[in-house]
Design a binder for this molecule. Sequence first.
Ligand SMILES: Nc1ncnc2c1ncn2[C@@H]1O[C@H](COP(=O)(O)OP(=O)(O)O)[C@@H](O)[C@H]1O
Ligand SMILES: [Mg+2]
Length: 247
Amino acid sequence: MSSKPTWEMIQNMLRLSNIHTYYGNIHALKGIDIQVEQGEVISLIGANGAGKSTTLLTTSGIVPAKKGVVELEGEDITHLPPDEIVKKGICHVPEGRRIFPYLTVAENLDMGAFLRNDKEGIKEDIHYVYSLFPILADRRNQAGGTLSGGEQQMLAISRALMSRPRILLLDEPSLGLAPIIVKQIFDIINKINQDNKTTIFIVEQNANLALKAAHRGYVMENGAVTMSDTGENLLANEDVKKAYLGM
Ligand SMILES: Nc1ncnc2c1ncn2[C@@H]1O[C@H](COP(=O)(O)OP(=O)(O)O)[C@@H](O)[C@H]1O
Ligand SMILES: [Mg+2]
């Protein structure tokens, strides 16, 4: 995406500083630094096992950092419980979607709005997500578990939007989906960013699409950030091309 954030949008939204995260003895994040400005789409790419999901899990407080600081607009949120972090406007769509399979599409969306009580706003947002993904409107009374993989991803993103997040964390939105559906989902991710100035932090193995969709990107290897630049420059970088774009 070529449009750059304007000056009034430039404000440090999320900052990870020297983050170390462990699973028992496994040192999954080894001192990473990532900054996300307000209104940006950021993509973090890397091979399987690099630490991408852990980065999001640490940001949302599910697997807290052992060392380092996570800040939301300058406030230290490193050790807040996950539900407090959600309330502050960080909404995490985990890998593998995890919608409620026995609830209908409409009920899943209601669940996304459970922290809100502005009925009118909720109604507006339901219209909005149905306009983004008309197939969900057609299937509104169908159980979530009966949707295709792509439709479940659309529902997972829509449910997250129902909380009116300030930052949307998306873990591998393309995983297991047909290329045409993936393209559609990435187009909508950019539309969400443009419509609402929602800040979006994507982690992806599909480096090509993720970098095309992003203002800036980070490359991660073995729990460390090895490169960061504009999406455009990373797409043109010879090392990135070889390692992640199959060229
Ligand atoms: N629940 C877990 N228990 C132990 N090790 C884990 C767990 N989740 C991830 N890891 C390890 O942490 C490292 C980073 O994993 P992850 O963040 O899932 O990578 P990615 O999302 O980039 O594929 C890997 O070595 C992985 O095996
Ligand atoms: Mg992962």
